[in-house]
Design a protein around this ligand. Structure first.
Ligand code: ADP
Ligand code: MG
Length: 345
């Protein structure tokens, strides 16, 4: 065959292979878009574990009518405009890939209304084919509807698991998002019934009571009652959040949440630092539970490592490893000292 450029739809479907693994990845991308748009409340309606329907509605800033078509075209984004922006990126999205990818493997509708617009416009995309936008009633904000995910990619559709399993993956993503943003209200329904609700709170993100409430709401009383608050700042790094006391250890790594500049990530080096901090106080084979937020100058961390952005790369990984280790080691040593002191009285 001669060399030819691939058709746009196929390019998007190939990208979808990396960004859209399953319904949970769609929920993640769409809720992140809502958060980037400044939403205070996000409604998530699901059917059949998201395989039949994912509908995400937000009350954020919306998309101007003349930008709707761009929102579903590849590498089009309102979040960065230069390499310099990329290096300091503060939004969750920046690749301009999610909407075109999702739209290429589903029956997709985007309805949006900026606060100052008279009405909303709707754009339908069916398996990658984009229709003309048309007016539609909708309050200020955005709704994205994704029906029949992978209907045109049978090989992918086949790999979807049972409804419960897919719903479980979605709920895990939502827990991650909910822990990081207690200021945002999230309402979830599944097959027409309300299934989960995180109450939104006031504006002040740093208010510790707000986070405490969300922690309890999300991970339960068990963790919340055994959690130690940590907070430490040094060398331009800040670590805050909660770590569970050693007596609340887990059989698996199911309650380990790490955020770097507000983004939920997996990082082997930080996970190792945490494990090391617990080394003397946990029984062999037990896992610590934690929710930790690490803030680093965005210029010292590369978030553009993987299309799904599950990973980051630190410019000074060693420094960060030691900072995390020392902060947690200190916090754990203090409780141990506290316990020993109180048992002597
Ligand atoms: P990215 O988030 O990387 O920019 P996306 O494909 O997810 O790429 O979205 C493309 C663009 O569409 C965004 O940059 C944003 O301008 C707009 N957009 C998407 N979802 C929303 C939303 N819920 N509210 C407002 N604007 C949105
Ligand atoms: Mg996005």
């Amino acid at each position: 065959m001669p060399i030819r450029p691939l058709p746009d739809i196929l390019v998007n479907q190939i990208a979808a292979g990396e960004v859209v693994e399953r319904p949970a990845s769609v929920v993640k991308e769409l809720v992140e878009n809502a958060i980037d748009a400044g939403a205070r409340r996000v409604d998530i309606d699901l059917e059949e574990g998201g395989a039949r329907l994912i509908r995400i509605r937000d009350d954020g800033g919306g998309i101007p009518a003349d930008e709707l078509a761009l929102a579903v075209s590849r590498h089009a984004t309102s979040k960065i405009a230069s390499l310099d922006d990329l290096e300091g990126v503060a939004t969750l999205g920046f690749r301009g890939e999610a909407l075109p990818s999702i739209a290429s493997v589903s029956r997709f509708t985007l309805v949006s209304r900026p606060g100052d617009a008279q009405h909303a416009m709707a754009l339908e995309v069916d398996g990658g084919r984009v229709a003309e936008p048309a007016p539609r009633p909708h309050p200020p904000g955005t709704t994205v509807e994704v029906r029949d995910l992978f209907f045109n990619v049978p090989a992918r559709r086949k790999f979807l698991k049972a409804e419960r399993t897919e719903l479980g993956h979605i709920e895990e993503w939502l827990r991650q998002l909910a822990l990081a943003r207690p200021d945002i209200e999230l309402r979830v329904s599944h097959n027409g019934k309300p299934s989960r609700r995180w109450k939104g709170e006031v504006d002040i993100l740093e208010q510790s009571g707000l986070f405490d409430a969300r922690l309890q709401e999300t991970l339960g009383e068990g963790f919340a009652s055994q959690a130690l608050r940590v907070e430490h700042e040094a060398a331009g790094l800040r670590l805050h959040g909660w770590i569970a006391k050693p007596n609340y250890s887990r059989a698996s790594a199911d309650q380990q949440y790490l955020y770097v500049n507000g983004r939920a990530v997996r990082d082997r080096s930080v996970a190792h630092a945490v494990k090391q901090a617990y080394a003397d106080v946990l029984f062999h084979g037990r896992q610590p539970a934690y929710v930790l937020f690490l803030s680093v100058d965005p210029r010292r961390v590369d978030v553009n490592v993987h299309p799904a952005k599950h990973e980051v790369r630190f410019r000074d990984g060693r420094l960060i490893h030691d900072f995390v280790y020392r902060t947690l080691h200190q916090a754990l040593a203090e409780t141990r000292a506290g316990i020993e002191a109180s048992s002597m009285t």
